[in-house]
Design a protein around this ligand. Sequence first.
Ligand code: VNL
Length: 185
Amino acid sequence: MFHSCLLREDPRWFDTHLPKSSKIPGRIRSWLAESASLTARLQAATGGIQVQVQKQGWGRPFLSEAKHLGLPWNRLAWVREIVLYGADRPLLLARTVAPQGTLAGAGSQLTRLGTRPLGEILFTSPYIRRERLEWTHLPAGIWKVSGLSPLPAWGRRALYRVADKPLLVGEFFMPWVFTLGRGDG
Ligand code: VNL
C-alpha cells in the first residue's frame, strides 16, 4: 500500500522558530501562521470553496507522521486527503492522519465529514486544541495530482489534540493563494 494520493514523498518539515523561518515573506507567513480557520479565510477570499476528497480511509503514515503520532512505523492510520478548490482553481491540498484511537468519541465526527471541510470540526469543537506547528517548502514535482502549480509550494503541519488524542493535519498552498485579497488574485 502506498502512503499518499497527493505527495510522492514525506516532505521535509522544519520548526517555525528556526532562523530560516524569519526569512519567509510576510504575505506567505500570514497564511502559514494563521491560527484561525483557513477554511473560513479561503471562503472569504474566494466567495466559495469546494472540497474534493482524493482518499479517505486506512492508509500508511509517512515515517515522520508515525513518529509524531507515537505509532509503530508500520501501523495503519486513518488518512484523509483533499484538494480544496475556490474561484475555479485548486487553492490548498490537505492530508490528515489520525491513529485509530483518535476516531473514538469526539473524533468519530472525522470519518463522517464527507465533502464538508475539516475546519468545520476543528474550529467548532471544544475538545480540539492545536499543539506543535511546522513548515515546509516542497520541491516542484512532488505532486501526484494533475492541474496543480508546477512551482515549489509552501506548507504547514499542525499536531492537534482531539479529546487529548493526536491528529496531524498537513496543508499545502498553491502559490496564487498568497495573492488573494490584494486585488490581483
Ligand atoms: C480539510 C483539511 C479542509 C484542511 C481544509 O480547509 C483544511 C479537509 C478547507 O480535510 O477537509 O485547511
